[in-house]
Design a protein around this ligand. Structure first.
Ligand SMILES: Cc1cc2nc3c(=O)[nH]c(=O)nc-3n(C[C@H](O)[C@H](O)[C@H](O)COP(=O)(O)OP(=O)(O)OC[C@H]3O[C@@H](n4cnc5c(N)ncnc54)[C@H](O)[C@@H]3O)c2cc1C
Length: 409
């Protein structure tokens, strides 16, 4: 618990944003003698266990967690709660090109792992993290409390004003406040941004045939379409879709009624899972790749989407965010054991060195993939399809790609 300083509560670390990155960081720091504030603008609560199987009873935001992310959530003591909610392992991945004959298959047997990944609704992950954070004696959760401003005070501490009148002080402020990070803006962190002029249309759909515990991805000329497997029943099969497309096409698709949308999606997926029989309401997100030039200043660190947003085509966003969390927690805890303050710039720079290059590499790879699959010129299409077929035959290369995507390298 924080200590009272003048009119504000003082903490060692104040984390702004209790999404997956912020919640995981609070738990990664707990139990080591630090006092932690977790400040979240929305109401934080554990979702009730779902009792109905319909497209309307899933969280539209899901994450395909790589095995390393799942292992981290297990270490934080929340995996059992998440699994008791509901989740779906996928054992296989099929990637194919709409403009030809290229196809790559990835299977868990090729990398000797129980699953290539696990699809979980975000509300289950966040709910489990928050439940545990609320039970920890050294984490103070401020729910429905938005950060209003930050000031650096002469002692080197950060002074935080909260909407509604509260005030905090912290040695280290961590921005885990998402892609539009207010903290990043308030503290003048610069970013590099690429606007794709695309939107990601997201929905939960019910399909006619079982998804075979497979993540399906088709590269269409307008952008990739991913169908991620969700848990279901013997007769009801569900997938979460992310369908990237140009703005004008997104406006058109979002105007479709359920029947027209299901038809369009069936066509776009070449009916690999049979007809699309039902769809939840569609949501859409602008697709923008964004990377902070620096992740740290004295007393401040950015993690997760606040530091980087990546094209969702390989579902790597929160997987990178959880690797940030693990690296920052490691450095802060090492510093604490050596008597170093968590906000010390040198300590924070070590975190930045570990994460920035790796995040940039993944972002560049996704950008390259996306651009390659957009090309409509005949030679490039030929090269792409030949390349996909060749990669499919090269087990060592496929193994390396899978290990990279699963966070095992
Ligand atoms: C369409 C789509 C599909 C995706 N699919 C995948 C996938 O399959 N796998 C994957 O790994 N990633 C995926 N991602 C990316 C993933 O969703 C994000 O990387 C992840 O949710 C980011 O988590 P975060 O905790 O950093 O930020 P967020 O989840 O955005 O959390 C930020 C939190 O900060 C709070 N906040 C904001 N401002 C304030 C304030 N002033 N005061 C207090 N609190 C504040 C917000 O309320 C929020 O709770 C996808 C993204 C999109 C758009």
């Amino acid at each position: 618990m924080g200590t009272q300083v003048a009119d504000s509560l003082a903490f060692d670390v104040a984390i702004i944003g209790a999404g997956i990155a912020g919640g995981a960081l609070a738990l990664a720091l707990t139990g080591e003698g630090l006092s932690i504030a977790l400040v979240e603008a929305r109401e934080v609560q554990q979702p009730a266990l779902p009792t109905q199987w319909s497209v309307r009873h899933f969280d539209p935001r899901v994450s395909a967690l790589a095995p390393r992310s799942r292992a981290l959530l297990d270490q934080l003591g929340v995996w059992e709660t998440i699994a008791a909610y509901r989740s779906c392992n996928y054992h296989h991945m099929t990637v194919w090109d709409a403009e030809g004959t290229g196809q790559i298959e990835f299977d868990r047997s090729e990398v000797d792992t129980p699953a290539l990944g696990t699809v979980v609704e975000n509300r289950a992950i966040v709910g489990a993290l928050i439940e545990r954070a609320c039970a920890a004696g050294d984490i103070h959760v401020f729910s429905q409390t938005a950060l209003a401003s930050i000031t650096r005070v002469s002692s080197g501490h950060m002074a935080l004003a909260l909407h509604g009148g509260g005030a905090l002080q912290a040695d280290l402020v961590v921005a885990a406040d998402g892609a539009l990070s207010p903290v990043r803006g308030m503290m003048d962190f610069r970013t590099r941004e690429w606007d794709y002029g695309h939107r990601g249309v997201v929905a939960t759909v019910q399909v006619e045939r079982p998804h075979e515990a497979t993540a399906w991805q088709r590269f269409l000329p307008g952008g990739p379409l991913a169908l991620l497997p969700l848990p279901g029943t013997e007769r009801k099969h569900f997938c979460s879709i992310v369908w990237s497309m140009q703005e004008e096409r997104a406006d058109e698709v979002l105007s479709f009624d359920d029947t027209a949308f299901c038809d369009a999606l069936g066509r776009a997926s070449e009916w690999r899972l049979g007809d699309v029989v039902d769809s939840s309401q569609r949501l859409s997100f602008p697709l923008r790749q964004r990377h902070a030039v620096d992740y740290v200043q004295a007393g401040i660190a950015l993690v997760g989407d606040a530091a980087h947003t990546i094209h969702p085509l390989a579902g790597q966003g929160i997987n990178l965010g959880l690797l940030d969390v693990a690296a920052l927690a490691r450095e802060v805890l090492r510093g604490t054991r050596q008597g170093v303050r968590p906000g010390q710039l040198e300590l924070l720079r070590r975190y930045q060195r570990q994460r920035k290059a790796e995040n940039l590499l993944m972002m560049s790879a996704m950008d390259g993939f996306k651009r390659l699959f957009e090309q409509e010129s005949l030679p490039l299409r030929w090269l792409r399809n030949t390349g996909m077929r060749a990669v499919d035959q090269m087990l060592p290369l496929k193994q390396r790609l899978m290990q990279y995507a699963m966070g095992l390298r």
